[in-house]
Design a protein around this ligand. Structure first.
Ligand code: CO
Length: 161
């Protein structure tokens, strides 16, 4: 399993829901989780490993415990507004301020098929919005105002060459 970086077209494709969870899917999800830790990330979405399914692995506090595999996640509520710096494993060397909701409620399925409802705020809420954007083929650089887009233009060109 390898990380896909910009401008790989899989990153701009809308991922499809997983209809059932097979052993092969679980194996892939666990590999994704390992890769996330290996790369020092706090979250990784299917498209980032070339898997165009609605799957996310996440561990925002880095404690390596609790649910870290999420299937078909969906934001059902969002509230407030927060600005903070963001980066992405698939966009090495780029960081920029992104406006997001401050809090979100996410519904997802765990690896055992259990329905989860997650109340997220702060970094966790930001990570959820970032990862679900990935599932919709959206990168954080797509959300930047024109001036910030100008600032990263050179680096994007480097990544493209
Ligand atoms: Co990302």
């Amino acid at each position: 399993m390898k990380l896909k970086t910009y401008p790989d077209p899989v990153l701009q494709k809308r991922a499809v829901p997983l209809r059932s969870i097979t052993d092969a899917d679980l194996d892939k999800l666990r590999k994704m989780r390992d890769l996330m830790y290996e790369l020092g990330g706090i979250g990784l979405a299917g498209p980032q490993v070339g898997w165009s399914s609605r799957v996310v692995v996440m561990d925002t506090d880095g404690r390596g415990e609790g649910e870290r595999i999420f299937i078909n996640p969906k934001i059902i509520e969002s509230d407030g507004m927060a600005e903070d710096q963001e980066g992405c494993l698939s966009l090495p060397g780029i960081r920029s301020t992104v406006v997001r909701a401050e809090k979100v409620v996410v519904v997802a399925y765990a690896e055992d098929g259990k329905r989860l409802e997650i109340d997220a705020e702060g970094l966790q809420a930001r990570a959820w919005q970032h990862e679900i954007d990935h599932l919709n083929g959206v990168l954080f650089i797509d959300k930047l105002p024109a001036a910030a887009q100008m600032n990263i233009r050179h680096r994007l060109k480097e990544l493209s060459s």
